[in-house]
Design a protein around this ligand. Structure first.
Ligand code: SF4
Length: 306
């Protein structure tokens, strides 16, 4: 947020449309229950896949609004169940975030923050003001981590553990398609769950002007298989996984329910079209898949498991 003039905030375009602040169409089948904010500051981080340093995130645009105007629109919006604040890396980020959280506290809506790894001291400042803390692991491969993220895996894991100790309710994003294999994803999910954090899956989305702009998205079959593995693990059902050279080749799909293929993360977070183009493929369903979609998801997973 700026020091002079009106304070500004960025909203995801979907949230801005839902709030009546931008023009555009929304899929009427999708309820916008979580509103996505982003602190209005350039990110000084160097994640190879991310465009936050350029003022966008994934392929979503984040128009800028006066904070006061945005808060008024949020208070009028009847369907809000959560607000999530995306936080770029910059020196005064925690100060700005704390101010914003205090501004939002009057709305009585559960707040999530998606932050870089922070010290326990900083986490303790933020924890009382939020419902959940999100600290992304993003990359499941230990060897690729530092190269892709620009900081250390240990620092990230320590901060996730500290957030669990301090707050209890913690989400950690994992991106499928950064060069990791399926076994690394399985291990990362087990480690996050063991530490008390909930893994949220994202599909890698290539973005212009990033180091990974020419990399491929994950295949839909692989994504469905990992969503199935995630669903079983997070519901404490033994997935009976088998791997060959790091690739998942077998999984017990008996316990799979439709919500396995929906967006995963904090309660009410459905991130419509965050990873996908409107014409598909839909990696994370922002609503429950219908009969045909569910059957297709299962077939896609099965097609991968060989
Ligand atoms: S899962 Fe959703 S609400 Fe939670 S931190 Fe991630 S984007 Fe925000």
């Amino acid at each position: 947020m700026r020091k002079s003039g009106k304070n500004k905030i960025r909203l995801s375009i979907g949230s801005a449309i839902a709030l009546g602040l931008s023009n555009g169409k929304v899929d009427k089948r999708v309820e916008i229950k979580t509103l996505y904010f982003m602190l209005d500051h350039v990110c000084v981080g160097h994640c190879s896949f991310c465009s936050k340093a350029k003022g966008t995130l994934s392929h979503v645009t984040w128009p800028e609004f006066d904070l006061e105007e945005a808060l008024e629109a949020v208070s009028r919006y009847g369907r809000k169940e959560r607000i999530c604040i995306q936080c770029p890396i910059y020196p005064k980020m925690v100060d700005d975030l704390e101010k914003l959280l205090r501004n939002l506290s009057g709305l009585s809506v559960p707040l999530s923050i998606s932050i870089p790894p922070l010290s326990s001291k900083k986490l303790k400042r933020l924890a009382p003001l939020v419902d959940r803390i999100g600290i992304a692991l993003d990359c499941a491969d230990e060897k690729l981590f530092a190269d892709i993220k620009g900081y250390s895996l240990n620092k990230t894991v320590e901060s996730i553990r500290a957030a669990v100790d301090i707050k209890g309710e913690v989400t950690s994003h994992l991106i499928i398609g950064l060069g990791e294999n399926d076994f690394s994803l399985y291990n990362a999910m087990l480690q996050l769950l063991g530490a008390g954090a909930y893994p949220a899956l994202f599909a890698f989305t290539p973005l212009k002007e990033t180091k990974f702009s020419d990399r491929a998205r994950p295949t839909i079959g692989r994504y469905r298989a990992i969503q199935s593995l995630h669903f079983l693990l997070t519901n404490e059902i033994d997935p009976k996984p088998e791997f060959r050279n790091g690739k998942l080749i077998s999984l017990d799909l008996n316990g799979i329910k439709r919500r396995a293929f929906m967006t995963s993360g904090c309660p009410s977070c459905n991130r419509p079209f965050y990873n996908e183009r409107p014409l598909g493929p839909i990696y994370n369903y922002p609503r429950e898949p219908n009969d045909g979609e569910f059957e297709q998801c299962l077939q896609e997973a099965l097609g991968y498991l060989r």
